[in-house]
Design a protein around this ligand. Structure first.
Ligand code: ZN
Length: 413
């Protein structure tokens, strides 16, 4: 028998013993609220400190490459890398993010978002899926190597980064800019941050991301004399309806992606007046566009402005459009790249299913790797509850995915 196959059986079995530990780790992660300052939170410091201590306690070397950020306690956003040295050059990277999105309307939750609730196979809490799933599976895979005393061929590198949910400027983008020597184009890079429920979606391409801030200016006045003002909230409603025209303006479909078309969603709305009897003279909302790679984002911006201005003008309201994030889609990872093949073999071995390389709509940090010519893939087995109330992950998937990662880590030469 292939000696590595024998080692994999031991890893596979050992990981089966870690289920209580996986739950315990999720519990520790959920209670450390790592909402970033852009979303009104304290940042990732507490969660990172906990993880750094844990990993050092296992005997791993842990480096921190923080990004300065005066808005958080301590003045910096952590970016950790934990290392398990291999025998040969080359690395296997698993990159997860520390930050979580806010819980949203807490009335929609059946329990406290920041206290883990276990129900059967499901672990509920903000961040359990996005992105503790990645943290727990990658940590447990490495722990199995440590506990069994297995030295991998390639160095195993676990990256735990900040700021994924709000643009990655203080996270992976910072790491790639300040520490480009960390990553090599022969490395296998896996980002467990999106996927499908059967674990067969290996994401190799993403749509371009365009986040826009739309600012409407009119004139505030008393609500009993509306003719004296220019009501920006009414204009705002019409602008949002007018932007439905974007789907017709950019109608192309590409079956590599799910969904196959570009999407244009109005999302956040800033508060305007605090009382009922004042007509608002300023309204601000945001548009989240996920655009097929072959469309030029400049054209999308032009069309947003044209459609929006036309609608706003009817109410005497002006419209300004400012980009918040603009991330043109980089070249896809080759579906035959070694990391894709390694992951396909691992998924087949653990789940008995055929994985296939695909594109997705959600922006993940893999785009930053691809911009540097680094062939990264995004993969995990999801429950599709990220950012929702009652977010959960499946213990069964944690176990299966940890086994898949351990297979990639062991077999990579
Ligand atoms: Zn995520």
């Amino acid at each position: 028998m292939n000696p590595k196959e024998d080692l994999f059986r031991r890893l596979f079995e050992r990981l089966g013993d870690y289920q209580a530990e996986m739950i315990a780790l999720q519990r520790q992660l959920v209670r450390r609220v790592a909402v970033g300052p852009d979303a009104g939170g304290p940042g990732e410091g507490e969660k990172a400190a906990f993880l750094a201590d844990l990993l050092k306690g296992w005997g791993l070397k842990v480096d921190n490459y923080p990004a300065p950020d005066p808005r958080v306690a301590g003045g910096e956003r952590p970016n950790l890398v934990a290392w398990l040295p291999g025998r040969k050059p080359g690395k296997v990277w698993v990159l997860s993010h520390l930050d979580v999105v806010p819980p949203g309307d807490e009335a929609l939750w059946d329990s406290d978002p920041f206290t883990l609730r276990v129900e059967g196979d499901r672990l509920y809490g903000r961040g359990t899926e996005d992105n503790h799933h990645g943290i727990v599976t990658s940590l447990m895979a490495v722990k199995a190597f440590l506990d069994l005393g297995i030295t991998p061929d390639r160095t195993l590198a676990l990256a735990l980064v900040s700021d994924e949910e709000t643009g990655s400027h203080k996270g992976l983008a910072h790491l790639l800019k300040e520490q480009p020597q960390l990553f090599g184009d022969q490395d296998l890079i896996i980002v467990p941050d999106a996927g499908s429920e059967d674990g067969t979606l290996v994401e190799v391409a993403e749509k371009s991301i365009l986040w826009l801030k739309l600012i409407l200016k009119g004139q505030q006045c008393h609500a009993s004399r509306p003719h004296r003002g220019k009501n920006t909230l009414r204009a705002c409603a019409h602008v949002i309806v007018a932007l439905e025209g974007l789907s017709q303006a950019f109608p192309r479909q590409d079956p590599l992606f799910r969904p196959p078309e570009s999407t244009f969603e109005p999302t956040q709305k800033e508060a305007n007046v605090p009382n009922i009897n004042t007509i608002p003279g300023r309204d601000v909302f945001y548009l989240d566009c996920r655009v097929l790679p072959d469309y030029d984002l400049a054209l999308v911006k032009e069309r947003v402005l044209a459609l929006g201005e036309e609608a706003a003008r009817r109410f005497g309201v002006t419209l300004k459009v400012e980009p918040v994030q603009e991330l043109p889609s980089p070249r896809p990872t080759d579906p035959n790249a070694p990391v894709v093949q390694a992951l396909k073999r691992a998924i087949h071995r653990v789940y008995g299913r055929e994985a296939k390389p695909q594109g997705i709509g959600g922006g993940t940090v893999a785009a930053f790797f691809r911009q540097q010519g680094l062939p990264a893939v995004v993969w995990m087995t999801v429950s599709h509850t990220a950012h929702q109330p009652n977010e959960f992950c499946s213990l069964k998937n944690l176990l299966g995915d940890a086994r898949v990662l351990s297979h990639v880590m062991l077999m990579a030469e």
